[in-house]
Ligand binder design. Structure first.
Ligand code: NAG
Ligand code: NAG
Ligand code: NAG
Length: 355
């Protein structure tokens, strides 16, 4: 606090000195503002660097990101359009960000022939509500932070089961992501995984443990043999076009999706329309969770829960445009490519509620 005030006072002094010399250099002024912003950002995100060299390197990257942010925000065409900002990833280059957090999602080639597809929308899909937000219905746990472990797939799967469990049993329980990272033999822990495999693990295993019993450590661990089967699911279905089917399902429960998150490093809120991401269903790089939908100013969007903590996006959430003409299997950032959701029968839910 002291330091930042001191820095601010010093900056103002230097600025005044510049001004008093008549012609302050544009660049010098900008540099100063950027330094102030960098110090403030470091404090906000608790970021410290080992040495001055590293700090100087990070500042350079931060400056580049900051200029990109200002440039893009100046071009926004409407107040609902997405904004960029100094997210927790503001000192990473786009390449570093990509390497650390994203991974091409490999859909098994036989996947769409697996016979468990949710194709048509049910009779009860007529007259859907104009908006749905499962957070308001208490079916969504806190946004969490996967850290430097590519466990986005496991957060998505545990989140989908948490939501469904709340809807079926009335209990909101935070479930173990670490169990999926450690125990799902068909996924690759912190090296990435496919969400349908993880649902399959929970079905086969007969349930999943809670976060409290089996906490997240953001790295590969050994599967605990004494993991409890606290919440179970019975099946898994995949949404196959058109977008109304996905909308209908989201009106019933949170749904796991994969997206191409390449353009999202500095996303800070508003409706993301898909600049800098691929809509090709083979190019998805991140697994996350749709927890609702809505519309504002004639624009329709999905509400997406991510696992990058609250220092990114809209307190950890992303609004992504929906109802664009280019539908399944595309959608903005390929969000319509492979949505999946678990099924839980009321009988087994009573059983798990009793535990
Ligand atoms: C975690 O384990 C997976 C295998 O399940 C392996 O492919 C990956 O390299 C490991 N990641 C780390 C960071 O050790
Ligand atoms: C999507 O990407 C794949 C793999 O790169 C490519 O073969 C395919 O043609 C692309 N599809 C479209 C519609 O661009
Ligand atoms: C999609 O957009 C059209 C207008 O472009 C609107 O009439 C329709 O209701 C929207 N559909 C959904 C499901 O929001």
């Amino acid at each position: 606090m002291m330091m930042s005030k001191l820095f601010l006072v010093l900056s103002v002094l230097v600025l005044l000195t510049c001004l008093s010399f008549g012609r302050p250099s544009e660049y010098g002024h900008e540099q100063l503002e950027e330094e102030v912003l960098f110090e403030r950002w470091q404090k906000e995100h608790g970021r410290e660097y080992g040495n001055q060299e590293e700090k100087a390197k990070r500042f350079q990257i931060f400056q580049r990101n900051l200029r990109h942010i200002n440039e893009l925000n100046a071009k926004r065409k409407s107040p609902t359009q997405h904004r960029l900002g100094l997210t927790k990833f503001a000192d990473m280059s786009p390449e570093e960000f990509h390497k650390t957090y994203l991974k091409p999602i490999q859909t098994p080639s036989n996947f769409f022939n697996s016979g468990k597809l949710y194709k048509t929308h049910d009779d009860d899909c007529q007259n859907l509500p104009h908006s749905v937000d499962w957070r308001d219905k208490g079916a969504v746990t806190q946004v969490r932070d996967q850290g430097q472990c590519k466990s986005d797939w496991a957060f998505s799967v545990s989140g989908a089961i948490e939501g469904l469990n709340k809807i079926v049993t009335g209990n909101l329980v935070t479930l173990s992501v670490q169990e999926l990272v450690d125990c799902d033999p068909a996924s690759h822990g912190c090296a990435g995984g496919f969400y349908f495999n993880a649902f399959g693990y929970v079905i086969k295993n007969g349930g999943i443990d809670t976060e409290a019993n089996y906490p997240y450590i953001a790295k590969n661990g050994t599967c605990k043999e004494n993991a409890q089967k606290v919440v179970s699911i019975d099946n898994l279905l995949v949404v196959v076009g058109p977008e109304e089917a996905l909308l209908c399902r989201v009106s019933k429960q949170p749904v796991s999706v994969s997206i191409d998150a390449t353009g999202l490093q500095l996303y800070s809120g508003g409706i993301y329309g898909g600049d800098h991401c691929s809509k090709n269903s083979t190019k998805a790089t991140l697994v996350c969770l749709i927890v609702g939908y809505g519309s504002v100013g004639g624009e329709d969007y999905w509400i997406v829960k991510n696992s990058w903590g609250k220092g990114w996006g809209d307190k950890g959430y992303l609004l992504i445009k929906r109802n664009v003409s280019d539908e399944w299997p595309h959608g903005v950032c390929a969000i319509n490519a492979a949505p999946g959701f678990p099924i839980k029968k009321a009988a087994s839910s009573r059983l798990s509620a009793a535990i």
